[in-house]
Design a protein around this ligand. Structure first.
Ligand code: CA
Ligand code: CA
Ligand code: CA
Length: 694
């Protein structure tokens, strides 16, 4: 079947009689034929070809006047990448929007390729020759077959399983008795793709800023995070209501569902009213359907002995009374189900691409929203708790330690024991191409009982404590100054070092000061602490000794900096920290401006004819100031020109004073500007407001 658009055209260069989007061929190439044969559904960074049938006698002019526009969303814009303008080229580019044309008689084969990072969604394709002609509509999806797309997945067998497969197996039960729930994802069933796009359009992000949201849809990290919020109904118009109560009378019992499509259709048909009820595997299965529909490789993952750490300390606390009754519990679920999505993480350091866990079951707020992830599975394994998003929560689910306490009737609490191996077992997903369980526990953690597992737990704990204290891991250097830095005085500035690693560090610090002009031009060096060795800088948290820091003091002496400093009185401070062992460099910069001495206005009468400004200034320098001059200036106050008053030489720390007479010309509110200059101090300025009466 083919889709045809008939256009009535007026006076355009190219007169098109008919457009054939060649959906069946294109959708086959783009792995979307299962979805539909009569609607153009294409993937990013892969060309598709449509046929334009021209009016007899008209030609397709391969020249500058033919341009194309592809646009998506309600507010398309080139800057936001929701609108692309491109013209015909000789070859298709794989790194931008491009088009080529092949002509024969009265038909044109037009090949178009999208940018591999274009936002996904419904697009209009427009031929622009001064007048715009709509060529048709298409849906653009993520493309796991395209190397330039962040969701690229190299293995065809894995793409078959994680993108194209419409059914799967979900694991439940307990590790010794794992049960299998067959599930129909149905991502290519009629209407499902539109419902998936509708989910994006119902998200609070789209509702509050549609232009930004559509632009962000180029990023699978963003889309995955939106989905993890929108699959559950808390805080938005999301798809499913969670219910763990045993009372499901006004809805469907979570164990009854066997497919995602009936849930998604019910949500859409009910005007986006949340469907009752889901539990973790239902949330995950629906998330998997939507991810696969949009082209993000996805799999459902089950974790056994899944901890739910209510206070974020990576420890499951259990309390018993004297009769061995469990009286309070950080809950450990028999199993918990979430999804993993495959993508690169350009927002994180290299090595954290690949499977990203995200959890649509509403359990905790992340940045104020009930969502979780995407979090690189490797960040969980390596205990990188500061990575985005929500690593501590998922880390605790798979690898929290259990600590047991006994609480006596008199209130005393004793630690009894615990387990480092109870949480996070037999993490399971369906194998690629086979109806078998694949154990992926090793992706989430080093073997229980191994040294690495303990090392990572310690590191995770360390990162977690830093995060709770608002600190970043690693070595840090920062420049601190005191508020009192007047020109002429000697003063100290400090380079402060913080060791937020887990080990004691030896470091070298170089700290120097250099005069600088307001335009950034560097001048002479005016202070230097060269490569000072700091031995044994203790880690901040390991010892719980408060703020263990290294500190290097740099004394800026007037005798030194006076030779370098410019009229702008600015000094640039630079501190370098070198980890003596790893040779890693850290840098801190700060520019300071030295305070001027203050011009003291002893008195200016505000009313009258002949007025006198009574001025004083203390020489802040330890040496005399030569050629001291006060200048006053003001509109309608000083006859249109500055009045200068020369004072001569003033000794160190002495006051220089002057009485400057002036005659206002007009009544009204005026500003008098006062300036002081000398051989060593310039541009010292102040002003005073005056009211002049008639
Ligand atoms: Ca929600
Ligand atoms: Ca806890
Ligand atoms: Ca463990």
């Amino acid at each position: 079947m083919t889709a045809c658009f008939f256009l009535s055209l007026l006076f355009t260069v190219v007169e098109i009689e008919r457009i054939d989007l060649v959906c069946e061929v294109n959708n086959t190439d783009h792995h979307t034929l299962q979805n539909s044969a009569d609607r153009l559904i294409v993937r990013r960074g892969l060309p598709f070809t449509i046929t334009l049938h021209l009016r007899p006698g008209t030609h397709f002019q391969n020249g500058d006047n033919i341009n194309f526009i592809a646009q998506t969303g309600p507010i398309p814009s080139v800057e936001a990448q929701t609108k692309a303008k491109f013209s015909l080229s000789r070859f298709i580019s794989r790194s931008s929007w491009s088009a080529t044309a092949e002509m024969s008689d009265s038909t044109v084969s037009l090949t178009v390729c999208s940018h591999p990072n274009a936002p996904i969604g419904v697009y209009k394709l427009i031929l622009d020759q001064g007048e715009a002609i709509g060529l048709g509509e298409f849906v653009l999806l993520f493309n796991p077959w395209c190397k330039q797309d962040p969701v690229y997945l190299a293995s065809e067998a894995e793409r078959e399983e994680y993108v194209l497969s419409q059914d799967g197996l979900i694991y439940r039960g307990i590790p010794n008795r794992i049960t299998v729930l067959p599930w129909t994802f149905g991502q290519f069933e009629p209407g499902i793709l539109d419902i998936c796009l509708q989910i994006l359009d119902e998200s609070p992000n789209y509702i509050s800023d549609a232009a930004l949201d559509c632009s962000e849809r180029r990023n699978p990290v963003y889309v995955t995070r939106v989905l993890s919020a929108m699959i559950n109904s808390l805080g938005d118009k999301g798809v499913l209501v969670g219910n763990w109560s045993d009372d499901y009378e006004d809805g469907v019992k979570p164990t009854v569902w066997k497919d995602s499509c009936s849930i998604l259709r019910q949500w859409s048909n009910d005007g986006c009213r949340a469907v009752r009820y889901g539990q973790c595997w239902v949330f995950a299965a629906v998330a998997c359907t939507v991810s696969r529909a949009l082209g993000i490789p996805c799999r459902v993952v089950t974790n056994y002995g899944s901890a739910r750490d209510s206070n974020g300390d990576l420890v499951m606390e259990r309390f018993y009374n004297e009769f061995d009754e469990n009286i309070a519990d950080d809950s450990i679920w028999n199993f918990h189900v979430w999804v993993e999505n495959w993508m690169t993480r350009p927002d994180l350091s290299l090595g954290y691409e690949g499977w990203q866990a995200s959890d649509p079951t509403p359990q905790h707020r992340s940045e104020g929203v009930f969502c979780c992830g995407p979090v690189p599975v490797r960040a969980i394994k390596e205990g990188e708790l500061t990575f985005k998003y929500d690593v501590p929560f998922v880390y605790a689910e798979v690898n929290a330690d259990v600590v047991e306490y006994i609480k006596l009737r008199d209130g005393r609490v004793f630690k009894m024991g615990g387990s480092t191996t109870e949480v996070g077992k037999s993490i399971s997903t369906k194998a690629v191409g086979r109806d078998e369980r694949e154990d992926i526990t090793h992706n989430y953690k080093y073997p229980e009982g191994s040294e690495e597992e303990r090392r990572v737990y310690e590191k995770a704990n360390h990162h977690n404590k830093l995060a709770q204290a608002g600190e970043e891991p690693g070595l840090h250097i920062k420049i601190k100054v005191t508020p009192d830095m007047q020109i002429g005085s000697d003063f100290d500035v400090y380079a402060e070092l913080k060791n937020n690693t887990m080990v004691t560090k030896s470091c070298r610090v170089m700290f120097y000061a250099q005069a600088v002009s307001y335009n950034g031009k560097l001048g002479e060096t005016c202070g230097l602490e060269h490569l000072k060795n700091l031995k044994n800088v203790l880690p901040l948290l390991r010892t719980f000794c408060g703020m263990e820091r290294g500190r290097v003091t740099l004394r800026l002496e007037y005798a030194e900096y006076s030779k370098a400093i410019t009229q702008d009185r600015m000094i640039k401070l630079l501190a370098l920290l070198i980890d003596a062992e790893t040779r890693d460099f850290y840098r801190a910069k700060k520019t300071i401006i030295l305070d001027d001495p203050e011009i003291i206005i002893l008195g200016v009468p505000k009313v009258g004819q002949n007025l006198v400004a009574d001025l004083a200034l203390q020489n802040p320098l330890p040496e005399p100031l030569e050629n001291c001059v006060f200048t006053i200036h003001g509109a309608n106050l000083t006859d249109g020109k500055p009045i200068t008053h020369e004072v001569g030489t003033v000794g160190p720390k002495e006051f220089v004073t002057a009485k400057v007479q002036f005659t206002p010309k007009l009544p009204g509110q005026r500003k008098i500007l006062i300036d002081f200059a000398s051989d060593k101090l310039h541009n010292v300025e102040t002003y005073e407001n005056l009211v002049i009466y008639e």
